[in-house]
Every structure is written in C-alpha cells, then in structure tokens.
Design a protein around this ligand. Structure first.
Ligand code: FAD
Ligand code: MLT
Ligand code: ZN
Length: 509
C-alpha cells in the first residue's frame, strides 16, 4: 500500500516567496467605502475591551493574505476576542465609528472572503475555541465558533460521535467559518448540509446586539428559522460566536476504494450502481480526472494509489474514491466486495484498490484531499466550485480547456500562464471543482475565464457556487444564479441589519 506524507491543515507558505499583489492593485477600479479610519483612540478602546495581548498591529501579513495567495488586504489591526461580549463591544465600537470589519476564521476560504480588501479591522475568532457542552445521548454539541474542525472531531471521536462535516482544510478551518460558508465537504452525501445539522447559532449583529439562538431542538416551528440566515452569509450579517450542531454516531466500519475507469460516463454508471447496491452504507463518492492526478503526484511526491510499485500514473482518464460507512464490518466488506467484483466483470471499473486498515483509509483520502493545494504549486489557481446536472458536470472542464487553448494561454513552458485545468469533485452532490492551474495570476487569463464560465453554468442550469461561496471573487456574478427578486431581498436584508455596511464590505453582493 502506498505511503504519503500529508497534513490535514494547509501549508500556506509552501510555494513562492514572491509577495502577493494587493487586491486594490489587481482591481484598480475598486473604491474604498465611506468608512472611518483607524486612529490611536480606537486601538486604546480595543485594548480596554480585550487587553493588550489580544490586539495585534505587528506581523499581521498572514491575516491580510488568503490561502490561494490571490488576494491581499491592508488591515492595520487584528483583534482576537475571547468571549461573545467582547465581540459585541468591539462591533458596537466599530459601528459607532463606522469602521469596517472583516470576520476571519481559519482563513482557508477560497473566494477571497476571509481577508480584508482595504483597511478593514480583522476580527479573528481563533481566541474562542472552547467546547461549551456535549450531550452524549442526543449527540448535540455546542461550541465556540473558533473551534478547529479537526480538534472538534477528535473530541467527538472519543465519545463515539462524528462531526457531520469533513474537508481537506480540517486542520485549520473553524466551525464558525464552516457555518459562515455553509461548507459542503466530503460527506454531504451522507450527512446532508449544515442547513440541516446546525440546530442553533449565537452571533453578534452589526450594531453589537447578541443574537442568541443556541437551541438544541430538532423540531421548532415557532416562526422564521432565523439561524438559517447566518449559514452561508460569509460574515456579512453577523459574526458567529457559537454553534449548536447535531452530531451522528461515528460509524464503526469504514472502507475506502480507489478506482480507475475509462470515461466520465463510467463515473456516472459507477455512481448509479453504487447508490443502488451500496445504498445505506455509501458515505462518499468523489471523482478525479487524470490531470488532477498529475498535479497531485508532483505535490505529494508519493506513488499513485493504483501505481503498484511503479512511479507512473496509470493511464486511466478518470478515478473514483468511494467510501462506505456502517456498523457491521463483515456486512459492509461483503457488500463492497460484491459491488467491486460485478463492476469489474461488466467492465465499468478497470482497476482498483481497497483500504485494509485505518491508516490506508487516511492515505487514500489524503490523495483526494491533496488536489486542492496541489493545484497551486506552479504559482496560483483560478477556482470554480460549481453545481451542474451530473450529465454535464465534466463538459465544463472540456469547455474551459478549449477556450484557454483557443486563446493560446496553455503550454508547457513559462511563457504560457496556464499549466492546465483540472477537474474533480463531489459527484454525489453534483458538485464539480474546476481548478485552472496557473504559473501566475494574470488579467488575460481571468478575462478569458470570467464571465465565460459563469455564463456557461447559467446556460446549463447550474449554480456558480456549490460550496465555497461568493466572497470577493463572485460578488459581481450572483445574477448568474439568483433572480432579481432574490438579489433585491438579499440586499434589503443586508441594508436593514447593517445600514452602515460595516460587516465584510466589498464581498458577497
Ligand atoms: P475563513 O476562510 O476564515 O472565512 C470564510 C468566510 O467566512 C469569510 O467570508 C469570513 O469572513 C467568514 N467567517 C469566518 N468565520 C466567521 C465567523 N465566525 N462569523 C462570521 N463570518 C465568518 N469548502 C467546502 O465547502 N468543501 C470542501 O470540501 C472544502 N475543502 C477545502 C479544502 C482545502 C484544502 C481548503 C484550503 C479549503 C476548502 N474549502 C472547502 C473552503 C473553505 O470554505 C472551508 O475551508 C471553510 O469552511 C472555511 O472556514 P474558515 O474557518 O477557514 O473560514
Ligand atoms: C475540495 O473538494 O477539495 C474542496 O472544495 C477544496 C478545493 O476544491 O480546493
Ligand atoms: Zn469541495
């Protein structure tokens, strides 16, 4: 079995030491809003609320730059509150002074939403990381928003439970950030969206009011379900400080199979068959194209899961990762074995390997999760996380590749900005990730891709964001996925709750 070395967190500074361009240099037409400017008296106020050790003005570059090294803001101060009332006092002061705020979790977001654009005050939730309570009978967990996803899941593992979300950035991202982005991740197929599993939220509204809705009720039909507004609001309506979430029992038996197939049609056939034959034990179904394996191998510097002792990547154009989770190992093993045997007999699957223990399961998942970071090893990545009808999912990668070739932007040498587009994603959720791997960020590439990709998605009845959100990147393109009426309602809400527009400006809508 292969051996990879890969961390669940993110290795931000692994690539080029070259400075990230300021967002305002990349987009010179941006105008700073009519906000107050940070003064010494503001710092004095922040220090009186938080204490000197939670107000940072030096060495704060990491809070200004995003994970893709694509966006860079110019904040002068990072605040790390430890309590909800401290968040409330900070926000109230900022609202009175009309100082703009950028809420920040683990800063793993992929749409430029988590970093400032101009000089917004960064409010980092990393100082709020306590588990508040856990009910071992119901599985209801209450946490501070700054709890790291992976640590929270480790806490739950000891109790026989699992967090109903998992994703490659688990070692760095925070529960508050997950909820603020309505992250989907690797097991949405099994556990559904956070809109279903989050039972309650505590958040600080733009005027400093604490919205306390930390409920632990599965059923509550008393009026509008207001917590839903914060799920996926990307820091524009409130700063999430606490989350109550329903956690399922941790499966006792987990299997992962990594497979090679000959076409995208075979990916779809395998998915249909997996739903029918693995049904209740199917917990994830991911696909990857060959191009994604090429960048991944370069990044992980490890043999491919199907390489069998060779240093090559097998010639299959598509790969699949299937996970089963259940309570009876023998039953699950038998079911998976039969599924794989019949699929190989009828030729849908050409090759495969199945994990034999927990370490191998983790290794196979690491191979899939690595693609995100691997896509930017040459310098940068233009990312598109889209929902499309399954039959059209991969056509977008083909269309993007053709368009970049026609524009003569793809090539093997440094004179070409684009290395190659790669496609992979959560087939089980109809969610494609198209990563255009580039040697450098250029306006020319961006103009060829945008709005072309968003128009293509709209024509094929998809969504321009399946999971990463709108952030800075997609704020001008919401109309490709939402009607005028929907956008007007979103703007009304924002104006009503944040009349000064202080929470995460220049993003979302
Ligand atoms: P940040 O990146 O800090 O912030 C994201 C947004 O939420 C920003 O707009 C920010 O202002 C806001 N925000 C953060 N915390 C709060 C808060 N407490 N209150 C209000 N607003 C807040 N996403 C998926 O959906 N599925 C995946 O499978 C997935 N995999 C990933 C894998 C990797 C390797 C990486 C780097 C990213 C991945 N992401 C994925 C993207 C990202 O959305 C998630 O990593 C995560 O949900 C972001 O959490 P965070 O704490 O880092 O938030
Ligand atoms: C993934 O599914 O790997 C994530 O959404 C992250 C990414 O696409 O970069
Ligand atoms: Zn994803």
């Amino acid at each position: 079995m292969l051996k990879l070395v890969f961390r669940a967190g993110i290795s931000k500074r692994a690539y080029s030491a070259k400075a990230v361009k300021l967002t305002v240099e990349t987009y010179p037409n941006l105008q700073r809003g009519d906000y107050g400017t940070l003064e010494e008296s503001d710092l004095t106020r922040f220090r009186s609320i938080l204490g000197d050790s939670s107000v940072f003005v030096d060495d704060i570059e990491g809070y200004n730059e995003d994970q893709m090294r694509k966006y860079r803001g110019q904040s002068q101060v990072v605040l790390k509150p430890k309590t909800t009332s401290q968040v409330s006092e900070i926000v109230k002061h900022c609202n009175d002074r009309k100082l703009a705020i950028c809420p920040q979790g683990g800063n793993t977001g992929l749409v430029g939403g988590s970093v400032p654009v101009f000089d917004e005050v960064v409010v980092s939730l990393s100082g709020m990381s306590q588990i508040r309570s856990f009910d071992e009978t119901s599985g209801i967990l209450k946490v501070d928003a700054g709890c790291i996803l992976e640590s929270t899941d480790q806490f739950l593992a000891e109790k026989g439970y699992i967090f109903p979300l998992d994703l490659g950035a688990k070692g760095s991202c925070q529960i508050g950030g997950n909820v603020a982005t309505n992250a989907g991740g690797l097991r949405l197929l099994r556990y559904g969206s956070l809109h279903g599993s989050v039972l309650g939220i505590e958040a600080v509204l733009p005027d400093g009011t604490v919205f306390d809705s930390m409920h632990s009720l599965r059923k509550d039909n008393t009026g509008y379900d207001l917590k839903q507004l914060f799920i996926g609001s990307e820091g524009t309506l409130g700063i999430i400080t606490g989350v109550s979430v329903l956690c399922p029992a941790r499966p006792k038996a987990v299997n992962v199979a990594f497979l090679g197939v000959e076409s995208y049609e075979a990916v779809q056939d395998t998915f249909s068959k997996a739903k029918r034959e693995l049904s209740e034990i199917l917990s994830a179904f991911e696909f990857m194209d060959r191009e994604s394996q090429v960048v991944n191998k370069k990044f992980l510097k490890a043999p491919h899961p199907l390489a069998e002792g060779s240093d090559e990547i097998p010639e299959y154009p598509f790969y699949i990762l299937i996970e089963t989770s259940g309570s009876n190992k023998e039953h699950d093993d038998a079911k998976l074995e039969q599924f794989l045997e019949t699929s190989m007999e009828d030729g849908t699957i050409l090759d495969g390997t199945v994990s034999q223990d927990e370490a191998q399961t983790r290794t196979l998942w690491a191979w899939r999760e690595g693609i995100s970071e691997a896509s930017q090893i040459e310098g940068g990545v233009y990312k598109y996380d889209v929902s499309l009808p399954l039959s059209k999912l991969y056509d977008l990668v083909i269309a993007a590749r053709e368009r970049l070739r026609e524009a003569n932007l793809i090539g093997e040498t440094d004179e070409y900005p684009v290395v190659d587009p790669v496609g992979y994603g959560h087939v089980g959720d109809g969610n494609l990730h198209l990563n255009v791997c580039v040697r450098r960020y250029t306006k020319e590439v961006e103009k060829v891709l945008e709005p072309f990709i968003y128009e293509w998605i709209s024509q094929h009845h998809g969504s321009i964001s399946a999971e990463h959100g709108l952030g800075f990147q997609k704020k001008n393109y919401v109309h490709y996925s939402k009607s005028d009426v929907e956008i007007a309602m979103m703007k009304d809400l924002k104006r009503h709750y944040d009349p000064n527009g202080i929470l995460n400006p220049y993003k979302y809508i």
